[in-house]
Design a protein around this ligand. Structure first.
Ligand SMILES: Cc1cc2nc3c(=O)[nH]c(=O)nc-3n(C[C@H](O)[C@H](O)[C@H](O)COP(=O)(O)OP(=O)(O)OC[C@H]3O[C@@H](n4cnc5c(N)ncnc54)[C@H](O)[C@@H]3O)c2cc1C
Length: 519
């Protein structure tokens, strides 16, 4: 479906072929050689994923490749190096793919999806969603026998035989890693996930491995429900080149090279969402740059994308980076229920959100604000009838007059369930109701976070002139000085998040920057 959409997208030409070389004049990228042809471009974005010098491992078997069935990208790494970029190695892995016909689901526990799945986009109508029938996943578990087979064969795992040099993600360990690092655990969960409605492929999440195929099959067959399982593909580990992301700026453009952007796994991330948002961010910025317009940037208080980009370009990453809500200090503000109202203004500004969609979001926000105000003001008196209504629902009846908002703060009460006290209210859609409930229940915390953001804003966004001479400032430690010179943060906020940066160093830098002004 996505392929079809891309091919029919107006103003987009798709060319299939391997990009082997970036065409460069001095420190300016002017295009790429793809399948032997030269394509000239003012802005080029490299999104090569796990393909740059990709090397796949299954036991002692090694072969060049970017993903099962796809060749590696060989020439592009040299091109990036010749532009002065440093490349390092990361690794990731995947489990075997299983044949659904050979799984005994009677011996596993069903894991149904959400009873009411929600669409990714606010513009997808809830009515008639989901459009396709849903398949449940199932859960099963490894056991002592599984672990014993893995332990006995550790020497045949490229991870443990010292063959793999790249660093993997700690939070996403292979089954070999789990058995060694969590040796006290008697079992590990395995989620059996169907790949689609009309494919026999099952993805057993939790048992990614690079052990030889025959070892994979024998440990899988010790797991309840998988006694007769057949593998459609063995699991494997893959090592690939990535560019440590402190080499790109906040637009994801390569520092010191004109016309070149990097996005996705090449920047040291892992994950679909992480890659997709960087593609968006780099694409928007490259287009704005070509049009001579100001860069597109969001702050850490506005969007998770900004947290990801800021973390990458400021701190770099020592392992494949994944976004977690715990990485966002303003996570109470960065909720999925308010993403439309948080970001619609930016969408309009860069020309990606049309006036109709913006009006829809505006109307929804106004309805929510109106309802929040009304709930705070509408007072319920504890009459006998009201108290009876509460008792009938198993709720503690109120003794004092209380606003509808105060009642909604009770964990057992929902907006819907207050209707018996609130006959004349207007109908609201489900998304709006959810947002109202969140804002009422967590209002105190949300306000505190908004206050904090407002207070920190001035300093956070104070920009540092691009050629700022850190060495001219006396008082930085050598470590801080080196890091500031290497990363060249764009704002005081970004500088403050550099590892090793102390509050005193931030204060010193802010004073000097204020004195000199933003160049
Ligand atoms: C085996 C495996 C399992 C994974 N499982 C999950 C998962 O369950 N959940 C999750 O969130 N993430 C998962 N990931 C991670 C996720 O797939 C990646 O992080 C994400 O797809 C990276 O997106 P990307 O656009 O940067 O690169 P990719 O999706 O790797 O796409 C890169 C594209 O660029 C093309 N390409 C590369 N070099 C060239 C060149 N020189 N010329 C032309 N084209 C080129 C490739 O053909 C490919 O189409 C997995 C990754 C792997 C390898």
């Amino acid at each position: 479906e996505m392929g079809r959409r891309l091919l029919s997208q107006e103003n987009l030409t798709v060319v299939e072929g391997e990009a082997t070389t970036l065409l460069a004049e001095d420190r300016r990228v002017v295009g790429a050689r793809v399948g032997g042809e030269e394509y000239l471009a003012r802005a080029s974005i490299v999104t090569a994923g796990t393909f740059l010098a990709g090397l796949m491992h299954v036991g002692s078997l090694r072969r060049a490749g970017g993903r099962e069935g796809d060749p590696a990208a060989i020439g592009l790494s040299d091109s990036l190096r010749s532009l002065g970029l440093e490349l390092r190695r990361f690794k990731t892995g995947t489990p075997a793919r299983l044949d659904v016909q050979t799984i005994d689901y009677e011996r596993t526990e069903p894991q149904p999806g959400d009873p009411e799945p929600r669409p990714f986009s606010f513009s997808t109508p809830r009515e008639g969603f989901p459009r396709l029938p849903q398949l449940a996943c199932a859960i099963t578990r490894t056991n002592g026998q599984t672990h014993e087979i893995i332990r006995q064969n550790l020497g045949r795992s490229p991870l443990y035989g010292g063959i793999i040099e790249g660093l993997g993600a700690r939070y996403c360990p292979s089954i070999e890693d789990k058995v060694v690092r969590f040796a006290h655990r008697e079992r590990h969960p395995v989620f059996l996930e169907r790949d689609g409605l009309d494919t026999p492929v099952v993805y057993p999440a939790g048992v990614s491995t690079s052990l030889p195929s025959e070892v994979q099959l024998s440990f899988l067959r010790t797991i309840p429900g998988l006694e007769r399982v057949e593998m459609l593909l063995p699991g494997y580990a893959i090592e690939y080149d990535y560019a440590p992301p402190t080499q790109v700026d906040r637009r994801l453009a390569v520092k010191g090279v004109e016309g070149l952007w990097l996005a996705g796994q090449v920047n040291g991330t892992s994950g679909y969402e992480e890659a997709a948002v960087q593609g968006f961010w780099a694409g928007v910025n490259a287009a704005l740059w070509v049009q001579g317009r100001a860069p597109f940037a969001l702050t850490r208080a506005e969007a998770m994308i900004a947290v990801l980009v800021d973390d990458l370009v400021t701190k770099g990453t020592e392992e494949p980076y994944r976004i977690f809500s715990s990485r966002a200090e303003h996570r109470l503000l960065l909720r999925e229920d308010n993403a439309d109202s948080r970001l619609v203004g930016h969408g309009v500004e860069i020309g990606l959100v049309g006036s109709e969609a913006a009006a829809r979001v505006g109307a929804k926000r106004r309805a929510i604000q109106g309802e929040l105000g009304r709930l705070e003001q509408a007072v319920v008196n504890p009459t006998a009838e009201v108290r009876e209504g509460f008792a009938a629902r198993g709720w503690t009846p109120p003794r004092m007059p209380a606003s509808l908002a105060a009642l909604l703060r009770r964990p057992e009460v929902s907006w819907e369930s207050l209707s018996f006290l609130d006959a004349g209210r207007q109908a609201l859609d489900r998304d709006a109701v959810e947002q109202i409930e969140t804002e009422v229940r967590y209002g105190g915390y949300i306000e505190r976070q908004e206050d904090w953001v407002a207070r920190a804003k001035g300093l956070d966004e104070l920009c540092i002139p691009p050629g700022f001479e850190y060495r001219a400032v006396r008082g930085f430690s050598r470590e801080v000085l080196e890091r500031l010179e290497r990363v060249r943060p764009a704002t005081i906020g970004q500088a403050s998040r550099l590892p090793g940066m102390t509050p005193a160093a931030v204060g010193l830098l802010a004073v000097q920057v204020r004195r000199r002004g933003c160049g």
